[in-house]
Design a protein around this ligand. Sequence first.
Ligand SMILES: Cc1cc2nc3c(=O)[nH]c(=O)nc-3n(C[C@H](O)[C@H](O)[C@H](O)COP(=O)(O)OP(=O)(O)OC[C@H]3O[C@@H](n4cnc5c(N)ncnc54)[C@H](O)[C@@H]3O)c2cc1C
Length: 448
Amino acid sequence: MNAHVARRSPVHRGVAAWSAILPGQPPPVRLDGDETADFAVVGGGFAGLSAALRLTQLAPGARVAVLEAGRLAEGAAGRNSGFMIDLPHDLASDDYSGHGAGADRAIIDLNRTAIGFARAAVDRFGIDPAFFDPAGKVNGATSEKADALNLSYARHLSDLGEASERLDAQAMHELTGSRHYLSGLYTPGTVMLQPAGYIRSLGEGLRGAGVAVYEQGPVARIDRQGGGWALRTPGGTISAGKVILANNGHLESFGFARGRLMHIFLYASMSVDLGPEALKALGGAPRWGITPSDPMGTTMRRIDTAQGGNRIVTRTCASFRPDMEASAAANARAARVHMRKFEERFPMLAGTKMEYSWAGHLCLSRNGVSVMRELEPGLYAACVQNGLGTARGTLTGMGAAELACGVTTDITRHFTAEAGPARLPPRPFSTIGANAFLRWKEWRAGAE
Ligand SMILES: Cc1cc2nc3c(=O)[nH]c(=O)nc-3n(C[C@H](O)[C@H](O)[C@H](O)COP(=O)(O)OP(=O)(O)OC[C@H]3O[C@@H](n4cnc5c(N)ncnc54)[C@H](O)[C@@H]3O)c2cc1C
């Protein structure tokens, strides 16, 4: 097709807290007038910025422009829990195991390629190490059933030759200050991001490397223009030889993969900066990250002053929203659930306020595939990260840049061999069914 008009632009519910707690947000750089570029990237999240960085490596001297609808780290890139996970983490399974040893091995290798790429960016641009902490993570369990899930996951990891360490209730208490957990499974390979710190710094690093990163200018339409494309934004038009769509679920807003993408909102709350008395009552280590042993349970994280304050982040609740907007009611309901989960885990902090509560947009496909391929001549996609976009978004961004430069790698081979995203049942059945399913999974996860 010669024209792709955006039917929707991102709408956010709640503040992107990870960015709000960091100082020094520079004023936005907006596109003002018409420009040309060799490559234009739509979206400045994990996928878009990774694509831009990979382009600077593969095509030195090429003119690269990133066009972000809002501010950097205002979208899902600044709304997630910051677990950049190396291991299989299939949210649709009961215990995160993926689809057999061979497939899982391949995913681990790819995820580690993404983490290595991000680590090299951290070194190259002098990004604050507090924003990229290779501390590992713990899968927490609060019941015998959850402990059994952790054991089955540990066996699966051992079959893959991957290390893990079981923590007992006392070790979990010493780590978190909470007596809520019966046990935990520590795995060392996860990097704990301050996601907004990483994304904003990566954007600044790219600017320093000559990439034009424009903010607050949603791309409204993309038209074929000669052998390339023209991208129209409110402030001006970019004419580019090649275009990478790295706008996650908003790929569908441009008419691609219609009726095949699941738009899920996840919800999180972040506490106020805890004072000395609260910290003393809490105890535990200054930084940790706990994923639930049941994928639909509650993720908890503690961060410290170098990451934006001594705070606890609670993430749980999900809703399916084909209109790509989370409602105020859903955000308020989730905030109440967060408060309850927080107080169950930290009764010594009862009465602590949540400073921020927000929703963020994830994009999944029913069959767990991404969309990383050439959509039309010179138009590529780096989208649909299936919930684990810090690593997967980095990979699809790298891969789309490689495709656009005619380079074949393990990444391009992996994603171009995937099937297309499976069709969803028609609405309203898909909406009712998916929300009922998510609520049921949430209920079943119980205290996890
Ligand atoms: C509460 C929550 C917790 C999460 N926790 C984790 C976690 O711990 N680990 C993990 O790996 N993942 C997690 N995720 C998922 C992760 O945040 C996403 O998968 C990831 O951000 C996807 O990266 P992306 O670059 O593909 O998309 P995004 O980060 O969504 O970036 C896409 C960008 O495209 C921009 N855009 C859209 N349309 C346009 C347009 N027309 N013009 C210009 N720009 C446009 C958007 O503004 C956005 O900034 C979580 C998500 C949420 C909401």
